[in-house]
Design a protein around this ligand. Sequence first.
Ligand code: PLP
Length: 435
Amino acid sequence: MWWEIPKHLEVRNDTLFIAGKSTIELAQEYGTPLYVINADRIRANYQRLYSAVTKHLSKDRNFDINYAMKAHSGLAVLETLKEVGSHVDATSSFEVLTAEYVGFPKEKILYTGTSVKPEDMRITLGKAKMNIDSIGQIDRYAKLKDEEKFNPRVSIRINPGKGAGHVPECITAGKDAKYGVPEYQTIKAYKMAIDHGLEPVGIHCHIGSGILPPDIGTYYSAAETLLDLAGEVSKKLNIEFEFVDIGGGIGIPYKETDKPINMDIFGKKVAEIVESKADEHSLDNFTLKMEPGRYIVGNSEILLMAVVDVSDKYMLELGVDGGFNVFDRPARYNAYHEIVIANKADEEPKKDYRVSGNLCESGDVFTESKKTSRKLPFAEENDLIAILHVGAYGLSMASNYNMRGIPMEIMVDGGEQRITRERDTWEDLVFKQNF
Ligand code: PLP
């Protein structure tokens, strides 16, 4: 199968294995729905990107990966990444507090929010570096100057005027995007920051998520624009940048026909852009940052669900014991994810099934949209379904809709498995409320 990866996702005797563990045995032991994440895969993804880029950068240039924790903010995932040296990009004050709780030092946490309230900024003071999203936020942040842990050293998020992403909802730059300071206001924003007593040390952009060839060209072009802007700001305002953050967005193949990014070519291209623009604009010694989420965790996790109902309706309907509250990407974005019958993983696909969830919503399907189906082996009640590559924007987007619990997650690490998130109980859902 195209998605098999030795020691990570394998089919053995018709059964899907993850990290050497039988999915059938895991489902029997822990129940379903069940997220299963492989720590070694997270480490391998991190290392691959890190070495692909550092290999081509000039020797005295530092490179940081600020893992975008919105992709998966589980404590065990964060700890795994902390141990390999990752930094983090946090999008909310609670994400900042969580990164701190896991043990990331403040120098390694960048706080990139949008519509950021003073309260959110206040509770993160002394815990993260602020990456400012708008002209308005410069003013709101500067008003906190008298607070004890206020840090004037900030970065500013720029919208470089171009974006890319696997669906329109995931494009985060360009004229339709709500994020960042538009490129034509860059000088104004940095000047305003200085006039407000701030000390800008960083410049940032993030143009979208799920970028694959041929759109990856837009990623390179945005990086060039950002570095040109860094050069202009540096020259006009005499700012020496400590870091230039070219964002996340690196896509992964979800289906056989998706063209993966060749990491060596990617690393080389990024390094060439960075080094040549650094020379052109005499920008010395800045650290290059990237903030990938999906690339680091996307293919490290699967979701197991039991088949509850197989019925011939207007099409063959295969109903499972989780819904878009458990995994939202197919329903929300029409996103394609491989679906495998984990106990029949080697069997020939025979019939077209719509794989649907257990929520009271007709858009609650895992086969992208209400009208699509998937050719699968002959399916029966109590079969086990695995949805692949759910590590990014899976558990982190789960909800309690229909009063369904957020499921359990286990992590397999070095041959051992442990529960990294308990399954919600009815009490968890009810007793935070009052009459
Ligand atoms: N950085 C910022 C500011 C983001 O908004 C996002 C997600 O959209 C990311 C990084 C991570 O994106 P991805 O998971 O596609 O790498």
